[in-house]
Design a protein around this ligand. Structure first.
Ligand SMILES: NC(=O)c1ccc[n+]([C@@H]2O[C@H](COP(=O)([O-])OP(=O)(O)OC[C@H]3O[C@@H](n4cnc5c(N)ncnc54)[C@H](OP(=O)(O)O)[C@@H]3O)[C@@H](O)[C@H]2O)c1
Length: 258
């Protein structure tokens, strides 16, 4: 009888942190048979340096239900063991609620929340003791953010969902780690800054994707619930626990002037 393949699945793998996750997983989990990478734009040439691990390209638009179905069928057909799932596909727009178009808001919540939840749902039956789920949220999940309202709300969903799911799947030996970075230097802002630039203080504190992802993979391996990179984001996390949210929201509004 042939052994079921052990795989990792990474969404949002074509750029930024998703791409860094693929590289980290390749380095740290050498016993995996395959890494399935998901995004809309995947070219074979991008993965030439991933020599040694079999990269399986799944060019899917996770906003399309029919394309989500293709993942379901592939999982069913191959009956794999999903050892690591990373949900890194995401988008956002900086600006007031009214100036951003409704389709953009809808895409943000559908990609950041609905697609993340759907991919998690599809993969869970193929996960087992020792499997890890890594969900990309953001430090904007800690408190509502004027000027980034829908994005912050979508990440609060990810944080809330991940913590509850973690409790549910603990008995199966599966861990869920929610990653909450501050600003990270990726292509994310090419879309996010369509209407407004991010505040200067955020730009100055941008992290490099590699250490953020390194920490996330380490925290997931340790079975931690949260992965927060850098002292400033840890301080923000703490501040959001002890200060009234109204005060933090008012302070954020001062920095975002449309
Ligand atoms: N950068 C930051 O400051 C920051 C901070 C905190 C949290 N985050 C979160 O971290 C995650 C990764 O962000 P990043 O900074 O690495 O951004 P990024 O470089 O823009 O990567 C986003 C990824 O999502 C994929 N994607 C977008 N729309 C998609 C769709 N409809 N279907 C499938 N894939 C789609 C993109 O690939 P294609 O375009 O090829 O589809 C890309 O691979 C996101 O969830 C983001 O919200 C980012």
């Amino acid at each position: 009888m042939s052994e079921r393949k052990k795989i990792a699945i990474v969404t949002g793998a074509s750029s930024g942190m998703g791409r860094a996750f693929v590289q980290q997983i390749m380095d740290k989990y050498r016993r995996l048979d395959e890494i399935w990478v998901i995004a809309r734009h995947l070219q074979k040439e991008m993965w030439q340096e991933c020599f040694g691990t079999k990269i399986v390209l799944l060019p899917l638009d996770l906003l399309q239900e029919a394309q989500q179905k293709r993942l379901r069928c592939r999982l069913f057909a191959e009956d794999v063991r999903v050892k690591i799932l990373v949900n890194a596909a995401g988008m956002g727009r900086i600006g007031t609620f009214e100036e951003i178009t409704l389709p953009e808001h809808q895409q943000t919540t559908r990609l950041n929340d609905e697609a993340l939840m759907t991919v998690t749902y599809l993969c869970l039956p193929y996960m087992e003791k020792g499997s890890h789920i890594i969900q990309m949220a953001s430090a904007s999940a800690f408190v509502p953010q004027p000027g980034f309202a829908v994005y912050a709300a979508s990440k609060a969903y990810v944080l809330s969902f991940s913590r509850a799911l973690r409790s549910e799947v603990r008995k199966k030996g599966i861990t869920v780690t929610c990653v909450c970075p501050g600003p990270v230097d990726t292509a994310f802002f090419e879309g996010a800054e369509k209407y407004h630039k991010m505040p200067l203080f955020k730009k100055k504190s941008m992290a490099d994707p590699k250490p953020v992802v390194e920490k996330a993979v380490y925290d997931a391996a340790c079975g931690r619930a949260l992965s927060i990179y850098g002292w400033s984001m840890k301080a923000l996390f703490l501040a959001c626990k002890i200060l009234p949210h109204r005060l933090i929201i008012d302070l954020t509004a001062i920095f975002f002037k449309p």
